[in-house]
Design a protein around this ligand. Structure first.
Ligand code: CAA
Ligand code: NAD
Length: 311
């Protein structure tokens, strides 16, 4: 009942600064959009090299936006780009990155153990006020939050963005049994501030979008493995016959084959252990072809090759 009657006047915290962990495809986009909307951002990754790549990604995306915003003035384009970038601090020091921060958004590798280790460490470092959110695609928010103290679990939720973050208008906001009303409301406010449409979903595998999208992409790979049709024809079919902006192989290359595999591997473990009953074992079966590509480092667009080759 509390959830249904949550009014817009309920208490919430103003988020003025945020630290994003992981400056990959998602983290760079989240940092960019937060900064575009006036939130002060620290972006933390493991190495300076990773951060240099994040900065390049942000710059490229901002210049596309700047070209549209100020088509006739190179100076205004440049001022827009620097304005957004000046609001982002790049750091390889996790402890220093979370000093006094209002919100931490985690967008590191899709691995439960690694995510829990990060949040356990951050719980010890952060103020009591700091809200924690994970951008996980498929893992349980409650399970990640269990690496923190009960007080923090009330300040823990899911904030699931979509790739490419500057373009995709949706964020899934996940509340667990322990997430407080104030935390949930604050997360909804952050989405609004970032001009995203928030939807909420229970803490279930893949939430709304990935629960539907990931099995669809794996089914396309199985179709290719059976040689029912070529990747090009499957992609053309879904674009022209179903109106999707990308076919399943283009989308797999876009999402990252490693990320897609991590999602399926995580689900399969839960099905095999009997912990997850709502997914069938056929749905989470591994794909030999996908695993092979990941082994070869063919991770999609980000590595230059996946199902297709990129320059
Ligand atoms: N930053 C800023 N602007 C961008 C951009 C970026 N990264 N990418 C595209 N744009 C802009 C372009 O400048 C262009 O602007 P105008 O139309 O105003 O000129 C516009 O967006 C369209 O871009 P393009 O013409 O290059 O490409 P497109 O029309 O084919 O759209 C797309 C690109 C939005 C990515 C579209 O192909 C699409 O929606 N694809 C599907 C993406 C999708 O399904 N994402 C979800 C993946 S699943 C996920 O994220 C969840 C998970 O946990 C795995
Ligand atoms: P990515 O591989 O592009 O980036 C991950 C980044 O995290 C890398 O730069 C890596 O160096 C960094 N990292 C790893 N451990 C770290 C640590 N302890 N501290 C700081 N940085 C660390 O991955 P991605 O596609 O951006 O995915 C990140 C998360 O977002 C995953 O949980 C993924 O499931 C989720 N997600 C991905 C997509 C997508 O389409 N790719 C969409 C929505 C959500």
């Amino acid at each position: 009942a509390t959830r249904r009657h949550l009014s817009s006047s309920s208490t919430r915290m103003a988020v003025n600064n945020m630290t994003v962990f992981g400056g990959g495809l998602m983290g760079a986009g989240i940092a960019q959009v937060a900064s575009q909307h006036g939130i002060k951002v620290t972006l933390c990754d493991l190495t300076d090299q990773a951060l240099a790549t994040s900065k390049t990604m942000i710059q490229k995306s901002l210049s596309r936006i700047a070209n549209k915003k100020h088509p006739d003035s190179k100076d205004e384009q440049q001022a827009f780009i620097s304005g957004v970038l000046d609001n982002v601090t790049f750091s390889t020091d996790p402890q220093a990155s979370v000093k006094d921060v209002d919100l931490v958004v985690e967008a590191i590798v899709e691995n439960i153990k690694v995510k829990k280790e990060l949040f356990h460490m951050l719980d010890g470092e952060c103020d009591a006020k700091t809200i924690f959110a994970s951008n996980t695609s498929s893992l349980s928010i409650s399970e990640i939050a269990s690496a923190t103290t009960p007080a923090r679990r009330a300040k823990f939720g899911g904030l699931h963005f979509f790739n490419p973050v500057p373009q995709m208008k949706l964020v899934e906001v996940i509340r667990t049994e322990e997430t407080s009303d104030e935390t949930f409301q604050t997360l909804l406010d952050v989405c609004k501030r970032m001009q995203k449409r928030a939807v909420s979903c229970k803490d279930t595998p893949g939430f709304i979008v990935n629960r539907l999208l990931v099995p669809y992409m794996f089914e396309a790979v199985r179709m290719l493995e059976r040689e029912d049709a070529t990747a090009e024809d499957i992609d053309a079919a879904m674009k022209l016959g179903a109106g999707y902006p990308m076919g399943p192989f283009e989308l797999l290359d876009f999402v990252g084959l490693d990320t897609a595999q991590h999602i399926m591997d995580g689900w399969r473990l839960k099905v095999e252990s009997g912990e997850e009953k709502s997914l069938s074992s056929d749905l989470v079966a591994p794909s030999g072809l996908l695993s092979q590509k990941v082994k070869e480092g063919k991770l999609g667009r980000k590595s230059g090759e996946g199902f297709y080759k990129y320059n």
